[in-house]
Design a protein around this ligand. Structure first.
Ligand code: ATR
Length: 288
């Protein structure tokens, strides 16, 4: 909780990344600070990989109460914090840092929380337990998604990645969370794994503005399966548009970014915010 003394001086948090110019986090936290009428501040902190450890050590001295960590620092952050939440350890990355009174750093990972909360908000009847999940991609974003789904009771994860060795590595790393539940498939035959699926998630960069399109035939995907794309530029990706057109429920990727920000805001500023239509509209607007 925030004490009265702290409230007299603006509390400062920020996002460390490289590059960080396009991060939407300052808009998200700025919106909530204004909504709650709090005297706080959340800024972009461009940090090159070689400077990250020093910048992290100096957070308290530089007046920060915490912050977010984004690409490419999330795995380094896990190794550098004084203490990491067990979930962050399981995911293998830290995206949220709390600077404690004594200056030590506590690391959390809220990406899995953000991923699931986005699905629950966008499709209230979604349950991971209902059936297999098909995950496209085995990069940084896939880590939190896989751990979150396994911990929410998904009976099977079908993991498909262009570079199969990366998918095998994740399956091996997460085998302790659900032995045999992660099945690594063939990227080239990705459409064949959609049979009986309860969920399809794209965690690759395919379909993002400026990137190659994601090609996948949805024919065997059950119409009840929820389809989610981590990509949110554009908001309605080709995958989501095609899934929606054939009657599948869809959830876009912006909500994951918004929901993952909530626990950090609560830890730093003492209030748990929600993800409203007004927040989404503001984040999508040109305003800053
Ligand atoms: P992030 O941290 O956002 O997940 P990343 O670690 O660079 O980013 O992972 C990007 C994902 O998109 C990976 O799964 C990557 O596949 P590889 O592991 O084979 O690189 C996937 N990806 C990127 N470009 C791709 C392409 N042209 N075709 C197929 N998959 C692609």
């Amino acid at each position: 909780m925030v004490d009265a003394k702290k409230l007299q001086t603006p509390l400062r948090a920020g996002v460390m990344g490289w590059p960080v110019d396009h991060s939407l986090s300052p808009k998200v936290h700025g919106f909530w600070l204004r909504q709650f009428g709090l005297a706080g501040d959340y800024i972009r902190i461009p940090v090159k990989p070689q400077d990250f450890c020093d910048r992290l050590k100096n957070l308290k001295k530089d007046g920060f109460i915490g912050g977010n960590v984004t690409v490419p620092h999330k795995q380094t952050a896990l190794a550098q914090v004084d203490e990491a939440d067990p979930l962050a350890q399981r995911i293998g990355a830290v995206n949220t840092i709390i600077v404690r009174e004594d200056g030590t750093l506590y690391g959390l990972n809220t990406d899995g929380f953000g991923f699931l909360e986005n699905l629950y908000q966008g499709h209230a009847t979604f349950k991971a337990k209902t059936g297999p999940a098909v995950i496209l991609g085995a990069g940084g974003a896939a880590r939190a998604v896989i751990v979150a789904l396994l911990e929410a009771g998904a009976p099977e994860i079908r993991l498909l990645n262009r570079t199969k060795a990366r998918a095998n590595q994740l399956a091996e790393e997460f085998s302790g969370l659900g032995s045999g539940k992660i099945i690594v498939g063939e990227w080239d035959n990705r459409s064949d794994y959609l049979n009986d699926a309860n969920l399809l998630v794209n965690t690759t960069t395919l379909g993002m503005k400026g990137q190659q399109p994601l090609t996948i035939d949805l024919e065997v995907l059950p119409k009840t399966a929820l389809v989610n794309d981590i990509v949110y530029v554009p908001l309605e990706t080709d995958l989501l548009a095609r899934a929606r057109a054939r009657g599948n429920p869809v959830v876009d990727g912006l909500g994951m970014l918004l929901h993952q920000a909530r626990p950090g805001f609560e830890a730093w500023f003492g209030r748990m915010p929600d993800v409203s239509d007004a927040l989404r509209a503001f984040v999508l607007s040109e305003q800053s």
